[in-house]
Design a protein around this ligand. Structure first.
Ligand SMILES: [Zn+2]
Length: 264
């Protein structure tokens, strides 16, 4: 399973989420296969055309291409993550379902969507969910740009989020398409954000239908899973419908958490 090989090298306690000083530390030495951590591949070479503008397609982003990004929660808890929003049609439906099942999750929001829908950012935070920076406009090639360009993109996104919720903790960053590079991991860490990947991916962005999304999540979920879902970026009714089936199952088997915003 994607990213599983990262786990043994993680520290036994929950990961600190407020890392600000590890850009030059050997934190990324836990890459599998003894790869070359400083060799940043071109983002275009690590993502296929079919996933342009979306996340998922773990086959292109797994293993040695994670650059140390977290793919699990580091505990027995399972985390649901919702990418690419907020979206005025689907995010409120997701929030209502999470509320119904008393579940907190993490929303990986796109900066320009946050700017356009500050009310939804506020609703996410008010419901107790946590936030993750997902870049300004979902540029899957962001990791191939200069460090300054990456930094500007991530900061602009955080500013848009904080325009809605001034004190919002933003301690996670997820690279669009999972197209990690060493520079994007490094800059995110310098800005106090821990790179976040995933371990369960039903490819809901590819519209497989609610049944398939549900089946993939409930069969692949295990303690520590980070589940990738999308509440924006296209027709997400399948995801919403799947969530109504997924939540009763997962809440019966696991403790679900919003990824933490405080170092522990
Ligand atoms: Zn995305």
């Amino acid at each position: 399973m994607l990213g599983r090989s990262l786990v043994p090298d993680q520290q036994p306690q929950r990961h600190s989420t407020g890392i600000t000083s590890n850009a030059d530390a050997p934190d990324y030495a836990d890459q599998p296969n003894g790869g070359e951590p400083t060799a940043a591949p071109s983002a275009s070479g690590s993502t296929g055309p079919t996933e342009a503008g979306q996340d998922g397609s773990g086959r292109d982003a797994g293993g040695d291409k994670l650059f140390g990004a977290h793919a699990t929660t580091g505990s027995s808890r399972l985390a649901l993550t919702f990418d690419d929003g907020p979206d005025p049609q689907y995010t409120p439906q997701v929030l209502a379902l999470l509320r119904e099942f008393d579940v907190r999750a993490t929303f990986c929001v796109v900066g320009e969507n946050a700017q356009n829908h500050p009310d939804l950012i506020q609703a996410i935070v008010n419901d107790g969910h946590t936030l993750c920076n997902h870049s300004w406009q979902h540029d899957v090639g962001l990791g191939a740009r200069s460090a300054d360009a990456i930094r500007s993109d991530l900061l602009r996104t955080n500013e848009a989020i904080r325009a809605a919720v001034p004190d919002a903790p933003i301690v996670w960053y997820r690279q669009p398409g999972g197209a990690w590079t060493y520079p994007v991991v490094s800059v995110a860490s310098q800005l106090g954000m821990t790179p976040l990947h995933w371990s369960v991916d039903p490819s809901d962005w590819d519209l497989p239908g609610a049944g398939k999304i549900t089946a993939t999540v409930v069969t692949q979920a295990e303690p520590g899973s980070v589940v990738l879902l999308h509440d924006a970026g296209g027709n997400r009714q399948g995801t919403v419908d799947a969530l109504r089936r997924i939540l009763p199952d997962l809440t019966a088997r696991f403790e679900l958490e919003a990824l933490p915003t405080d170092p522990t």
